[in-house]
Design a protein around this ligand. Structure first.
Ligand code: ZN
Length: 184
């Protein structure tokens, strides 16, 4: 991969301490895909740092649906812009967009590994008798080993996320209905 190229630098109000913070925008070329934008906010006053990522072509709010059905499917690239919700309905998993939600670029496999790490931590902190936590962790481990099929959905309100594959399906989200009744 090529090095990200800096295209802009500007000041915004820090979401944590309301002082002036610096934002740097970079263009990063992803082979076989195209350019993505990486924004890094750094606040010298309070140390807050936030990274956001997004595809350059901004589209309508949409649902991005990707099924993992066979070995190799887990290698698809996932670009999640901050403000998007990530769901795996089969595992009852939802990554909600909080006010400080970070954008990230990873593979489906990378997402599963990250979820295993976070869920393990959660299960441990909750103690021994949380069967739902253990059930989700078990499913995630099976997903890692390619033993179960599952669906990754990104509810992409900013219109700047994507899953890079010819298997990916897109459903438009109506703004007024905030994703309740998607129309094809
Ligand atoms: Zn700050």
């Amino acid at each position: 991969m090529s090095e990200p190229v800096k295209i802009a630098e500007y000041e915004v109000e820090c979401p944590v301490c309301s002082q002036k913070a610096l934002v740097e925008d970079y263009i990063h070329n992803v082979p076989y895909y195209g350019d993505i934008l990486i924004s890094v906010l750094t606040c010298d006053k309070c140390g807050f740092r936030k990274r956001d990522i997004g595809v350059l072509s901004i589209s309508e709010p949409r649902k991005i649906i990707y099924k993992v059905e066979k070995p190799g499917d887990e290698r698809a690239l996932l670009i999640r812009a901050g403000g998007s919700r990530v769901l795996i309905p089969e595992f009852n998993i939802e990554i909600s967009p909080g006010p400080f939600s970070q954008g990230f670029i990873t593979t489906i496999e990378g997402l599963i590994m990250d979820l295993i790490e976070k869920t393990s931590f959660l299960c441990e902190s909750r103690g021994e008798n949380d069967s739902e936590c253990d059930r989700v962790l078990d499913l995630l481990n099976k997903a890692k080993d390619g033993l179960v099929e599952y669906t990754v959905i990104i509810e992409d309100y900013p219109g700047r996320s994507d899953i890079v594959s010819n298997k990916t399906k897109y459903v438009r989200i109506e703004k007024e209905e905030s994703g309740e009744k998607p129309r094809l």
